[in-house]
Design a protein around this ligand. Structure first.
Ligand SMILES: Cc1ncc(COP(=O)(O)O)c(C=O)c1O
Length: 374
């Protein structure tokens, strides 16, 4: 997955950013083997502390994956058969899998044209007596409008659970995404901005009681939720992941700066109406650039141009989830015009720590030329 072996530019580089960490990681793994510490040991304890601080939450609990984090948080908030969770159709399927596996009903509202996030102005009309949770997804690392979403949740007595799987490092009004809700979920999947070397995830909690219960649930202990006894499960993070994530966390600022540099090159070449918006300094918002997306007409043609130039790309989310096979478990609240448009127009171009400036310049020019000539 490195883009150094040939002139191909991959969307992710899973090798180069690990090379400076290699010695520390191998020494750490050797230590773990020598002490027989494999699951829920000191690395996990320290990672949980460091992450709770980074996301400005009361506590953080390491779990098996981002999907497991979503599942456990929704479970604890009382999602079960017939309970509705308002969310976006423009997200990775894991967002709704967690709801559906609990017997809940994902309720879709459309997204905003400008940032592809849930349209907060459409949330209120989707609320019914069965609604319990609003689940915003900071898609591609772009913060959702949390002030309005918080006000709606408070007005209607709903929980918010942020799907923060793509947005570690993003800020909304100066505060970390993932810190705005009762619980939030993060993924350490290797392509994420803060990755492990395998699967891993984390639940972030605003209050200690929730954290204590999630900690029980992830480790086979039953807990009572709304008076009903619920079985625990195996959803633990292992020590090698915790170690690898801690090492990457210590380098996160530098890696973020590298992604920002590549994004700036794209920002200067690609017209604003055809790409992710750049938050103003005054807003206090920051985008972590999990993906750099562009919106184009005739996407197939740009796809061909990029393929011919040996440049990797991704197409998202096509079809959007209200058109996916799991939609039979979902409710669609209103028209999904923007989600459908995004599904047919949006494309992610390479962005990662090791992307050469010259490659970013070349790719940005190809996208710009496509937009000018289409
Ligand atoms: C928005 C979103 N939610 C949930 C997940 C699930 O995370 P994981 O793959 O760690 O289970 C992902 C991961 O790709 C994601 O992008």
């Amino acid at each position: 997955m490195s883009n150094k072996t040939d002139n191909r530019v991959n969307r992710y580089d899973l090798v180069s950013p690990m090379m400076p960490c290699r010695e520390e990681l191998l020494e750490g793994i050797d230590r773990l083997i020598r002490t027989g510490s494999y699951i829920l040991g000191n690395e996990c304890t320290v990672l949980e502390k460091e992450m709770a601080e980074a996301v400005e939450c009361k506590d953080a609990i390491g779990v098996a994956s981002g999907s497991a984090a979503l599942y456990l948080a929704l479970h604890l908030s009382g999602v079960g058969p017939g309970v509705e969770v308002i969310t976006t159709p423009y997200t990775f399927v894991a967002t709704i899998e967690a709801i559906i596996r609990l017997g809940g009903i994902p309720v879709f509202v459309d997204i905003r044209h400008e940032d592809l996030n849930i349209d907060h102005e459409l949330i209120e009309q989707a609320i019914t007596p069965n609604t319990k949770v609003i689940m915003p997804v900071h898609i591609f690392g772009m913060p959702c409008e949390m002030d309005t979403i918080t006000a709606i949740a408070e007005k209607h007595g709903l929980d918010i659970i942020e799907d923060n799987c793509q947005a570690f490092g993003s800020l909304y009004h100066g505060k970390p995404c993932g810190s705005f809700s009762r619980m939030s979920a993060l993924s350490f999947y290797p392509t994420k901005n803060l990755p492990g070397i395998g699967d891993g995830g984390m639940v972030f909690c605003k209050n200690q009681d929730d954290a204590d219960l999630i900690r029980k649930l992830r480790g086979h202990q039953a807990v009572r939720i709304n008076g009903i006894l619920r079985a625990g499960w195996n959803s633990r993070i292992d020590e090698i992941q915790s170690l690898a994530i801690r090492i990457r966390l210590s380098r996160f600022k530098d890696e973020q700066a590298d992604r920002d540099r590549a994004a700036n090159i794209y920002n200067n070449l690609i017209p604003e109406s055809n790409r992710l918006p750049v938050p103003s300094k005054e807003s206090g918002n920051r985008v972590t650039h999990h993906q750099y997306w562009v919106r184009v007409d005739n996407r197939d043609k740009l796809a061909q141009t990029l393929s011919d130039a040996n440049v990797d790309f991704g197409v998202y989310y096509d079809p959007a989830l209200h058109q996916d096979e799991l939609s039979e478990y979902c409710r669609v609240a209103g028209k999904m015009t923007e989600a459908e448009a995004a599904g047919s127009q949006v494309m992610a171009i390479p962005i990662h720590q090791a992307l050469a400036d010259s490659d970013a310049q070349r790719i940005g020019e190809l996208v710009r030329d496509h937009i000018e000539n289409v």
